[in-house]
Design a protein around this ligand. Structure first.
Ligand code: FE2
Length: 230
């Protein structure tokens, strides 16, 4: 299983506060069956340039690799990315491509936490069309209670990243859950630390397997591998 959404890089955002904590989180993810983790710190265009962000990310990644080299633990394979917060004009910004998961044209996009207007849809369509980016909608479940319906979210024609948090609550609370297996879904822990936002991928995988069956688990794997080969 691939974890498409995490805040594990040390001292990078509101995630892990030390490389030691990052290793502990990675160990937990490995134990729950995750074999590849996408490292996706928050990118906020209003705070820094893409290049400044990439420099900070590289420094943090180096620190993490140093810590990993000290251990003999079995840990998931790592790959870099970003969780990019939507902003108006994003589709005009050519260097946003540098924030895709490394080696791919797939971008983890955090959408506005409000009802989306026509300009929001247009920006996403332009990212896909003009920029040739595959937008992966981060924790899509969170936008549904904000005036956007499941149908609105699906109309973005994007694969959807589902946060494992959904399955910590009583499964079946959202009516849209029954349509989930018709969509292209990948999972993300969105884990931040070893405290309040620990990885919970094991619970998510168990819940998905129980509700949708093994076939859907394979589909999740296939969608994930396809996204990373774009
Ligand atoms: Fe996140």
């Amino acid at each position: 299983m691939i974890d498409f959404h995490s805040h594990i890089l040390p001292c990078m955002d509101d995630g892990c506060e030390s490389a030691e904590e990052s290793v502990a989180v990675l160990e937990l993810l490995y134990q729950s069956g995750v074999r590849k983790v996408m490292l996706t710190p928050h990118y906020y265009a209003e705070k820094e340039s893409v290049d400044e962000f990439l420099l900070r990310r590289e420094t943090s990644y180096k620190r993490l690799k140093e810590e990993i080299n000290k251990t003999s633990l079995e840990l998931p394979e790592l790959s870099l990315g970003a969780e990019v917060k939507f902003f108006y004009g994003i589709s005009q910004k050519t260097d946003v491509k540098k924030l895709c998961y490394e080696g791919t044209k797939c971008l983890l996009l955090e959408m506005p936490f409000e009802k989306w207007n026509k300009s929001v849809y247009a920006e996403v369509m332009n990212l896909q069309g003009r920029c040739g980016i595959t937008t992966l909608i981060a924790h899509f479940n969170r936008y549904i209670s904000l005036g956007n319906s499941f149908k609105d979210v699906v109309s973005l024609s994007s694969p959807l990243q589902l946060n494992a948090e959904v399955f910590e609550k009583k499964i079946g609370t959202g009516r849209w859950l029954k349509y989930l297996d018709t969509e292209d879904i990948v999972l993300g822990s969105d884990c931040h630390n070893m405290g309040t936002r620990k990885p919970n991928m094991d619970k998510a995988m168990r819940a998905v397997r129980n509700k949708y069956g093994e076939g859907f688990m394979h589909k999740i794997d296939n969608v994930g591998n396809m996204l990373l080969s774009t």
